[in-house]
Design a binder for this molecule. Structure first.
Ligand SMILES: Nc1ncnc2c1ncn2[C@@H]1O[C@H](COP(=O)(O)OP(=O)(O)OP(=O)(O)O)[C@@H](O)[C@H]1O
Length: 226
């Protein structure tokens, strides 16, 4: 299953962000040079979600530079932002699935939005990998919490997103589902940049690099090499 190649590269330079004049991100710099699993660790309220929202191009930084896939991001250029967003998968706590639609219908809608075809071959293969194949035609509101989480992960697998952002993907999951997620992260990290906000030591153990937000802040980043 060969997919078109996009340069897997991300660079953040001197990023600043404040809410109501209260600085949250202070001179944050980090760099990811290729596929791999990268985790961001930090105390509650330290700005992890804010940082990942900026990387997902949902929030605009106050100052600083962001480069991805060899392009410098211009937050005022809607066309560029839209094109870049189609290369980014953002998996966050509310999962972003439409409750009344089946998993397959949800994926059809995503396919329309991101302009990538939903290939039956990938759907079958990966839905078996995440143990959700039997439920592809079930509406999301009939799924259990773990099944929803796996359905949301299916989206990351069936489409080609060179940058995958996950915010606390193992929250509220039992051990078996955590193991499934770690297995998937290990698979995805082979050819994608996977950046995960997490408190899980288990995920961090599999990371190529761990970024500590306390170190990224105040310009002390780029030293989390494992
Ligand atoms: N829309 C907002 N307006 C004002 N303050 C906000 C807003 N969103 C977040 N904050 C504040 O900014 C800080 C950073 O929030 P953020 O969600 O990025 O932290 P976090 O590290 O992801 O926290 P957690 O681990 O608890 O999810 C927090 O103090 C939060 O209260």
């Amino acid at each position: 299953m060969q997919r078109a190649s996009v340069k897997r590269y991300l660079e953040v330079n001197h990023l600043n962000f404040s809410y109501n004049n209260l600085p949250i991100l202070k001179d944050v710099s980090l760099r990811i040079d290729g596929p791999g699993l990268y985790t961001i660790y930090g105390e509650s309220g330290s700005g992890k979600t804010t940082l990942i929202n900026i990387l997902a191009l949902i929030q605009k930084p106050l100052t600083g530079e962001l480069k991805m896939f060899n392009e410098k991001v211009d937050f005022n250029n809607e066309t560029q932002i839209q094109q870049l967003r189609n290369k980014i998968a953002y998996f966050f706590q509310d999962l972003n699935l439409i409750e009344s639609l089946t998993i397959r219908e949800n994926l059809d809608i995503i396919s329309l939005i991101n302009g990538q075809p939903l290939l039956e071959e990938y759907l079958t293969t990966y839905s078996k990998t995440v143990r959700i194949y039997e439920k592809l035609d079930t509406p999301v509101n009939y799924l259990s919490g773990g099944e929803r989480q796996r359905a949301a992960l299916l989206k990351v697998l069936v489409f080609d997103y060179p940058l995958i952002l996950l915010d606390e993907p193992t929250n509220n999951l039992d051990r078996e589902n955590v193991a499934t997620i770690i297995e998937l992260l290990n698979e995805l990290k082979k050819d994608k940049m996977v950046l995960v906000v997490t408190h899980s030591d288990l995920i961090a153990e599999h990371a190529n690099q761990v970024f500590l937000l306390s170190e990224l802040n105040n310009g002390m980043g780029r030293n989390g090499q494992k």
